[in-house]
Design a protein around this ligand. Sequence first.
Ligand code: SF4
Length: 261
Amino acid sequence: MKMRYIHGGVRLVAATYRAGAFQLGGGLMMTAWFSAGCSSFVAAYLLRDEIDRIVYIDVANQHPDSWRFLKDCEEALGKRIEILRDVKWGGCIDNVIEGKRYVNGPAGAPCTLELKKRVRQEWERQFTEPITYVWGYDAGERKRAERLEAGMVEFSHRFPLIERGMTKADVHGLCQQLGIKRPVMYDMGYPNNNCIGCVKGGMGYWNAIRRDFPEVFKRRARQEREIGHSCIKGVFLDELEPGRGRMDEVMPECSFACLGM
Ligand code: SF4
């Protein structure tokens, strides 16, 4: 994909600025964060006539079908999605894990900070006008939405799925009605379209990754041993019994959990 320019440590991979969509120093810019998941797409879709910008922070470890989904969403939205990617770590969670020598733990996941939060903050610095963010939290995620609002008081926020009482099932139903094929990770049984081998996954998740993406499983298991810390509390991946865990374990969608606070 063609690179347009680099803003600070963040690379803007592709973007279309609609002339007059916002004015520096005045007005209020409404920006939807797209995560390449169904919920963030539907949130943006519901407010498509009010939104000025839709932004996606790409991480190299996402399933390549995310690009197909993004293009389909752009078509349904009638708008381009701005794509940002971290430059320092090449947008890659393996580089962050190995460079920081930290996988995940009480202090959080370094990939969250380096590849999402820092990228968002650098992007925000170019604006002086007030920003309203649009998020894809659904009716079952009110508490998470409240925590995000409390942690990002400098912005105003919209939660169109919560405003309409929409559940995850409603979101997937709407994607289907619109004729948009959801990202393949959902069809494989994963609860979201996070990175393949997300460090926030539980036992059931990691057993599925071992089955579907054995190379990713082996790499993460090696990284855990080299660093001396596991993704899953108390269990190293190379000791995880194949039958353990369930796929309905709670695992937040990356963009929402990682971008805020
Ligand atoms: S999806 Fe998981 S692995 Fe990827 S950036 Fe977010 S927390 Fe890190």
